[in-house]
Design a protein around this ligand. Sequence first.
Ligand code: BJW
Ligand code: ZN
Length: 255
Amino acid sequence: MQAGSMISSRLLQALRGAKSVAVLTGAGISAESGIPTFRGNEGLWKKFKPEELASVDAFLRNPDLVWEWYAYRKHVVRESQPNAGHRALVDLEALIPDVTVITQNVDNLHQRAGSKNVVELHGNITRNFCNDCGARYDDEAIPETPGVPRCQKCGGLIRPAVVWFGELIPPDQWRLAETAARRANVFFSVGTSGIVYPAASLPLLAKDHGAYVVEINTEITPLSDIVDETIIGKAGDVLPEIVAQLRSPKEDFSQ
Ligand code: BJW
Ligand code: ZN
């Protein structure tokens, strides 16, 4: 296969004329940094489905178990580094006037890579707050206890500042995401299974407002039917290739 042939001339053309690009990312973009995805066999932690751990009900029923899951993931995230996929999205900022990264990930890797405009739909695992009084705690401020830590002000349970099932997306972040999807000329959906709402509605919103919508995933997903193009491949391969093609002044010879 010719190098770069996974990038269609249609996509390159759309990007060359684009003023605004929005990128919805999911766990797949961080898989190459060694952070497990949620779904699929390798994605499961101790055989629990995310729906069984990522809710207030689950937390109140078994706070120690849910905290243990997050403590493990906080550790994995701290040990990980942004990968070529994250870095390519930073590089895109030099090539397109307006780039918004809308992430479902809580791992902070887009921010650490240097993306300037990151919308956090599902919060951030590096922050925490008291479930009772709302007091905020950085990871460093949390007492190292076995099991769930307690609030120093009120004794309540401390939880990670992430968005669980049944909870609202932070309204300011959702507004930014919708606005970016509506104004995007090109919209990418990268490494997400596209089954968790309302995030999964953003590609369709972008399409309804005229964006050229491209999915990048190692597999077909429910979003594959509605997008203009699905590129099957790893985010860490495909995104840098797109940036390289975009930088190249040469004609492209694909398709
Ligand atoms: C690669 C790759 C590589 C691998 N390169 N690709 C409408 C219809 C039906 C249900 C609902 C609806 N609206 C709301 C709901 C309920 C619910 C929901 O969507 N449920 C579904 C399961 C059906 N949604 C909510 O509750 C949301 N809130 C809400 O709607 O509020 C309004 C409301 C209030 C009150 C009552 C009712 C409604 C909130 C959703 C919060 C989701 N939270 C989590 C946990 C966050 C914290 C944490 O990290 O622990 O977010 S769940 C989990 O799933 C996490 C993720 O962000 C999210 C999405 O997962 P993602 O990123 O897509 O990962 P995977 O693992 O699923 O997929 C990885 C993909 O990568 C795969 O496709 C691979 O092939 C691919 N891949 N390697 C490229 N190298
Ligand atoms: Zn408290």
